[in-house]
Design a protein around this ligand. Sequence first.
Ligand code: PXP
Length: 245
Amino acid sequence: MPRLGVNIDHVATLRQARGGREPDPVWAAVLAELGGADGITVHLREDRRHIQDRDLRLLRETVGTRLNMELSVEPEVVAIALAARPDQVTFVPERREEVTTEGGLDVLGHHDRVSEAVARCRDAGLEVSLFIDPDPRQVEVSARLGSAAVELHTGRYAGAVHAADRDRELSALARAGAAAVDAGMALHAGHGLNYQNVAAVARIARMAELNIGHSIVARAVLVGLERAVREMKACIDEAQVGRFV
Ligand code: PXP
């Protein structure tokens, strides 16, 4: 059965919206683990738009499952990963103007920079995964770079509107996945997976890890909202006791 890595970046996004302390992604990680998460995933972006260095530090101390850090190949961020020592690093592309990670890392086009980042992490004993599009050439180069795993970008599959397109994207994921496993790498996938579309990806042969964030945090807001409102009503009701007018 694939591991579930819960991406908690969006919890930090909500905190950053007010610049305060809540909701704390460290608390969210504890709750995700209580819910059965097999790992916690965070992306320390260069612009620090959600996860902060403090979060990474505390998560490294508190996560009892597996801590997967997503990062760009920039040497300064790689140095932070080497110091933090997550269980796994996943290299992703990063552009400041993007809303989320929009495509896989082009390990062909950025071969030398990726190669250096992978080597630094591997030499330091960190498990390395590369977030790539489900493209056989990207899989082949990832294997040659010595990556322990690839995470296939499921965005095109998740975004497909018509069944025929979805089936085509699923086949591409299965083919690239088989190539990755044949090349000796662990197979991971993620991006845009939700409660409706996860099953087909979870069934791909030898799928070892799924990283899911947006749909879980979105659902948490909705399933938790009723209780949160009830608790605020109780605070207001209790304040009425002893009120003079
Ligand atoms: N995997 C990687 C490499 C990602 O960059 C992201 C998004 O941060 C995810 C998985 C999770 O995607 P989503 O939030 O759409 O579930």
